[in-house]
Design a protein around this ligand. Structure first.
Ligand code: ADP
Length: 274
């Protein structure tokens, strides 16, 4: 059976995700290679604070690598990546790539929320503790306040009755909603979504997508989303970037990209996925 959100959570009126002042993102001449494989090729793009951008394109075109670079799970070979005004990485004179401003980097790691394809919840912790662990230990919020906020978020994602459950007792869709709530519990300035419904059974996809649509409507968090679900991309984003082989081949509003793409490569990709 389908797993829709309870009306209260899906309706949007009560869903309010806590986010801090959103930050913009900038990639400046970013090159990323794995061995001889040039995955990002002199990539330039920017996302304004509060903008919601979806990355589309064939498998292997570098989309996930962009999210991983922002999480500092990978380092670029050259170029500058900024979240807000300060760089995460930059080139020193002489061409050496350095991590910039440890303090900023630490702050950004805390405040960039990422939701993964495979949920990645802490398996040995209750749902509630999955949501309070980061805020208490990383942000230094009091336990009482973290619990109160976590309960608010669980209510928002329609899982108020599951706070004592362990992740394995939940469906994939429920686990992904917990993962989204956990990302939001860190009050992110930027939210990264990597194929968040592709590991879900088809009937569980709608509930997760509805939740994210609702969050997109009710917050101004900057969102960068990788998805193969074009309908969802259309609903959730202000702008779509079409990637191929580590380059942006076309960008535009969802209407322009999905209804009237100008590049043959985009048309070909859309024919294959739609
Ligand atoms: P997409 O998200 O668009 O499918 P990815 O960013 O995952 O693309 O991958 C881009 C390219 O980088 C692919 O050719 C992939 O094989 C390669 N790649 C990604 N991560 C690694 C890694 N850790 N080691 C080696 N190659 C990698």
């Amino acid at each position: 059976p389908a797993e829709p959100l309870p009306e209260r959570a899906a309706g949007g009126a009560t869903a309010k995700a806590p986010t801090r002042k959103p930050c913009g993102i900038k990639f400046e001449k970013v090159v990323k290679r794995f061995g001889d494989n040039v995955v990002l090729d002199d990539l330039d793009f920017r996302v304004a604070a509060g903008e919601r951008v979806t990355l589309i394109g064939p498998s292997g075109s570098g989309k996930t690598t962009i999210l991983r670079l922002l999480m500092t799970l990978e380092r670029p070979d050259s170029g500058v990546i900024r979240v807000g005004d300060d760089p995460l990485w930059h080139m020193e004179r002489g061409g050496r790539l350095v991590k910039a401003n440890e303090k900023h980097l630490h702050e950004m790691r805390k405040r960039i929320g990422m939701v993964f394809q495979q949920f990645n919840l802490f398996p040995n912790m209750s749902v509630l503790r999955n949501l309070t662990e980061g805020p208490v230990h990383v942000l230094g919020i009091s336990k009482d306040e973290a619990v109160e906020r976590a309960r608010g978020l669980l209510d928002m994602v329609g899982l108020a009755d599951k706070e004592d459950a362990h992740p394995t007792q939940l469906s994939g869709g429920q686990q992904q909603r917990v993962a989204i709530a956990r990302a939001l519990a860190m009050e992110p300035t930027v939210l990264l979504l990597d194929e968040v419904t592709s590991a879900l059974d088809p009937e569980l996809v709608v509930g997760v997508q509805d939740l994210l649509r609702d969050i997109a409507r009710s917050t101004d968090v900057t969102m960068l989303c990788v998805t193969h679900e074009m309908g969802f991309a259309k609903d959730i984003s202000n702008r779509v970037l079409m990637f191929d082989q580590g380059r942006i081949v076309e960008e535009g509003t969802p209407e322009a990209i999905f209804e009237d793409p100008s590049e043959e490569r985009t048309r070909e990709f859309l024919r294959a996925v739609l």
